[in-house]
Design a protein around this ligand. Sequence first.
Ligand SMILES: NCc1[nH]cc(CCC(=O)O)c1CC(=O)O
Length: 314
Amino acid sequence: MFSMPMSSPEKIVIASRESQLAMWQANHIRNRLLELYPQTDVSILGMTTKGDQILDISLSKIGGKGLFIKELEVALAEGRADIAVHSMKDVPMIVPPGFRLAAITEREDPRDAFVSNDFTNLEALPEGSIVGTSSLRRESQLRARFPHLEIRPLRGNVQTRLRKLDDGEYHAIILAAAGLKRLELGYRISMLLPPELSLPAVGQGALGIECRDDDADMLAWMQPLHHATSAYCVNAERAMSRVLGGSCQVPLGGFAEILEGVLTLRGFVATPDGSKIIADKLCGKPESGERVGEQLAQNLKAHGAEEILAALAD
Ligand SMILES: NCc1[nH]cc(CCC(=O)O)c1CC(=O)O
């Protein structure tokens, strides 16, 4: 795709959010770059984003995921940073003009995790148990399968969410396994939720490295971090979400995996209350993952997702 760079970079500045998880991720990429380019001065520019500041209202009401990455893109555009490291889950389906995803790195565990101090698994929660999550995707799936549970909003970074659980505000919470594992909090996981119980978010568990579109050297230097298998899966999921007009306002999940050379993509769209879930899956070649995603989106639309999406747009 790109020609081999002639030299190694002198200096790379990584833009990152300042949450512990974002900093772990930026540091992880920094270490990998230092292995590749030991002579390079690699530093991290920590930034607070709008998404981090606004904690009191539902993110879906104030503009969604783009809020977590806009400031980082401004730093790239102004030359204050060379790359930005994102959770792919937080990257809008259409990367704005002037920027490009240079690499998608190897995926960590994509599953959701059930965390509770009192119960070892989701199925064991008694009637009326309070489960914390602010994700419409997690909420709709829980409501559909476990209508006897009470879902309450839960925001904040990973540590904040765990503290709210420990303070007794919830009987259980649902978080991404990837974030917990990265922060060495994997021991807090009571149960890893299989995709049948909680289909993960598009891109969950993968990291993306974003560059300026015209920075050919930087794009080339990032290529060794690209993980083809993870990227095929994430790009299939993103293509599906893009066609469905996926945003934070839409309860939607998408998860692809490659087994014995075949990519299988599963996806769903639901009403927020979980009363209706349109789910389907489609297989294809990993290299055609994006087309699999687009086709699955069309199939979901034809089977009722269109009406759900139209109602949500009102
Ligand atoms: N919504 C915020 C967010 N963005 C990425 C992760 C987890 C790490 C990942 O998916 O790579 C989380 C936390 C969570 O959902 O529990």
